[in-house]
Design a protein around this ligand. Sequence first.
Ligand code: BTN
Length: 296
Amino acid sequence: VFNAIQAAQTLGIAVFSVHGRGYRLPQPVVLLDQEAILAACGDYAPWFHLQVLAQVDSTNRYLMQESVRGVPHATCVAAQVQTAGRGRRGRTWLSQLGGSLTFSLLWRFQCGAAGLSGLSLVVGLALVRALHGIGLTEVQLKWPNDLIVQANGQWQKLGGILIELQGDMEGPSAAVIGVGLNLEVDTTLRQLIDQAAMGLNQLHGKALDPNQLLGRCLASLAEHLSLFAEHGFSHFQPQWAAYHAFDQQAVDLHLVNGQVLPGRVIDIAEEGSLLVETADGVQRFNAGEISVRSAG
Ligand code: BTN
């Protein structure tokens, strides 16, 4: 037992010893359960090949490797504990047991990577709609694909998406769609994150069932990704704009070279780039070129 507790603590899991009684976690943790997740996928359950891992370094890294080995379309890997989560722009994604939902979904496309522009925005749209569907209607999108909410006078990040691609520009291709949703962001975690963040449980006012949440997200992803494969991003462009937190807002664009450009968000283009009015006129930016912050 001592060794198991030590091992748990090295994974960042807080375990308290209660004199004369044993050990306890700071709060109850609902573990991921394959059957419960598939039940929450509803009619889409037969689409998925689901693996629930107790622990993995990164579900994206693992699924990229599995994809090369030929695992089928719509394989989803979810982890109870992720020890080296990858974020966008080379960042790490921090999560704790029960404190976040971390999963990756493999989606194979007939077209090449060149035909997938706007994919990450569609994934954001699918997730925001899943969250609205369970009553979290304040959640919005920050281009290209952060899930955010305005709380305590600032925008707080609830979740992020990291898509890694395999295949040729001509096709076929495969996307490993990694999703990290914060459930609880405690003070220790908040101090380690370089931006304002909060958990969906905190927004909801009580603990969400991670199995329900994952099932609803997967069903929504299946619906949106099949439409995306057929019609591309242009089909979703007006729908995406309806959830866009910074639409028509003054923003600061942080360029990769460190320069900060003030502007006003005009729209999202048909292929998913961001249109911003700057001192030099309307400019178009692709994901990866800039990071957007609310001005002031
Ligand atoms: C971001 O930086 O906003 C994207 C974060 C994506 C994190 C998720 S957690 C599950 C999946 N596995 C990873 O290693 N990263 C993604």
